[in-house]
Write a protein that binds this ligand. Structure first.
Ligand code: MLT
Ligand code: ZN
Length: 466
């Protein structure tokens, strides 16, 4: 008679055999040297050992992997470019890590429909280049574009810097193909612009963080390519002044495509790590970076709108591509500069836009109360009331800092996760943003689609109370 240990070893060997049959032995990684880069997230905060890393090449192989895992009762964690910031795509310990980076198919651009099909592993940069080569563009853009993949953007309903103009990832999604927890495949890739046949499963998968199904490819809306750009950096006394100029800019500039908020401490970090010059001769407390994009040069319109905006301490408008990149660097290098200083507590919150000044004003005192030595670095997407609150030097007080900030956000009618997802990092606080009825409905959906709880366990939904 075999012992329980022998049974476990036999079951594990048989799962590995099935996975090797599904994707080929070269794409089932078990050696620690080979799996390590998949097992720690970008921030260095979340890490765990995977049972193995499996790298399928297409939907059929993903389905075979999921079927094998379902048969073995083996939990699966799904990963794209591993640029996530909430621990939603790295193992907690012992899961099969399903990496989708080989799903790189990219269909021909359909100009009639203004659409394209893209595999889950296509990077955002590749998707953008592909659309631009056909005279179109993709509506979502963000700093991690070179590594972030389409599957991850869908899983988190990613936002980024162009939500003001085109909306988040869900607004670009016209169809999807996905593998359900039992290995069956749902495919809605026709790209119908109107479809009134019941539940929007594609929309539901967007933002579900891999907990309901594994999205393997998507049909995406494309937008007109607008090659002429103008970028301005406005120096402001505070967040309140930045919010006050926003409606005027939006109304005067129909081609406004980005409005990003940053502050002196973040700018100082970016300048230190990126060796960048000061944007203005004087130091200022807050900054609004705005961009317009159009078919014809929007510089004059932007200059006029900036001249008429009240409350500015200074302003600079970049007229050529190099100058525009230099201004964007002050904003886009925040994440790297913060990580170069240490492992931050990373929070991504939103409040109704009008309440953003109150959030900004109360953040530092609320953080100081629980972690007096910590340093908050704050920046974000001002139009959506979305602040990235990064706290350096919180050490063992990380949980208390998160709790204090997220409770403040809830008090201001905000969301504990605006665009990064809930992951493992924020599950404990989900009830600050979702009612018991909503959480019960989400749990019912999870149970219906993944009754054994094998897809991304521990992500998004808190463990049920026993
Ligand atoms: C950004 O807006 O740059 C990203 O959401 C990344 C971050 O918050 O670190
Ligand atoms: Zn962001």
């Amino acid at each position: 008679m075999s012992t329980p240990t022998q049974d476990a070893v036999a079951a594990s060997t048989s799962l590995l055999d099935s996975l090797r049959t599904a994707v080929g032995a070269d794409h089932v990684l078990v050696d620690a040297d080979l799996t390590a880069s998949y097992e720690t997230d970008w921030t260095g905060r979340f890490t765990g050992r995977a049972r193995c890393v499996v790298r399928p090449a297409d939907t059929a192989q993903v389905a075979a992997v999921v079927r094998a895992c379902a048969a073995a009762g083996a939990p699966v964690v799904v990963q794209g470019g591993n640029t996530g910031l909430v621990g939603g795509a790295v193992p907690a310990g012992g899961e099969v890590l399903l990496s989708l980076t080989r799903l790189t198919s990219l269909g021909e651009v359909d100009r009639a429909g203004g659409q394209v099909s893209a595999g889950a592993g296509v990077t955002l940069t590749r998707l953008q280049e592909h659309a631009r080569a056909a005279g179109l563009d993709f509506g979502v853009d963000l700093a991690a574009r070179d590594s972030a993949t389409v599957g991850g953007l869908v899983a988190t309903n990613a936002g980024g810097i162009r939500v003001l103009r085109y909306g988040s990832m869900r607004a670009q999604l016209l169809g999807a193909e996905a593998v359900l927890a039992d290995g069956s495949v749902v495919s809605r890739m026709a790209g119908l612009l109107k479809d009134g046949t019941g539940y929007d499963l594609v929309g539901l998968l967007c933002g579900s963080e891999g907990t309901l199904a594994v999205v393997t490819q998507v049909r995406l809306r494309l937008v007109p390519r607008l090659p002429a750009r103008a970028v301005a950096l406005l120096a402001m006394p505070d967040a309140e002044a930045a919010i006050a100029v926003l409606p005027g800019l939006r109304e005067r500039l129909p081609h406004l495509s980005a409005a990003e908020l940053l502050f002196a401490p973040g700018l100082a970090l970016v300048r230190k790590h990126g060796h960048l010059p000061a944007p203005f001769p004087e130091q200022h407390p807050a900054f609004l970076l705005v961009e317009c994009a159009d078919r014809v040069d929007p510089t004059d319109a932007l200059v006029e709108a900036v001249a008429e905006a009240g409350g500015l301490l200074d302003a600079t408008v970049a007229t050529d591509a190099a100058g525009q990149r230099a201004l964007w660097a002050y904003r886009e290098q925040h994440t790297e500069a913060i990580s170069a200083e240490g492992v931050p507590v990373k929070l991504d919150v939103s409040v109704p836009t009008g309440r953003l000044p109150e959030l900004v004003a109360r953040l530092a005192p609320v953080i100081a109360e629980v972690a007096p030595d910590a340093t908050p670095i704050v920046f974000g997407h001002v139009n959506e009331g979305n602040l990235h609150v990064n706290v350096l030097g919180a050490g063992p007080l990380a949980e208390q800092v998160s709790d204090a900030v997220l409770r403040l956000v809830a008090e201001l009618d905000g969301s504990i996760s605006s665009e990064h997802g809930v992951g493992r990092a924020k599950t404990a606080w989900l009830s600050l943003s979702r009612s018991p009825v909503e959480i019960a409905a989400m749990r019912a959906l999870k149970c219906a689609l993944d009754p054994a709880g094998l897809l991304n366990p521990g992500v998004l939904l808190p463990a049920p109370v026993a």
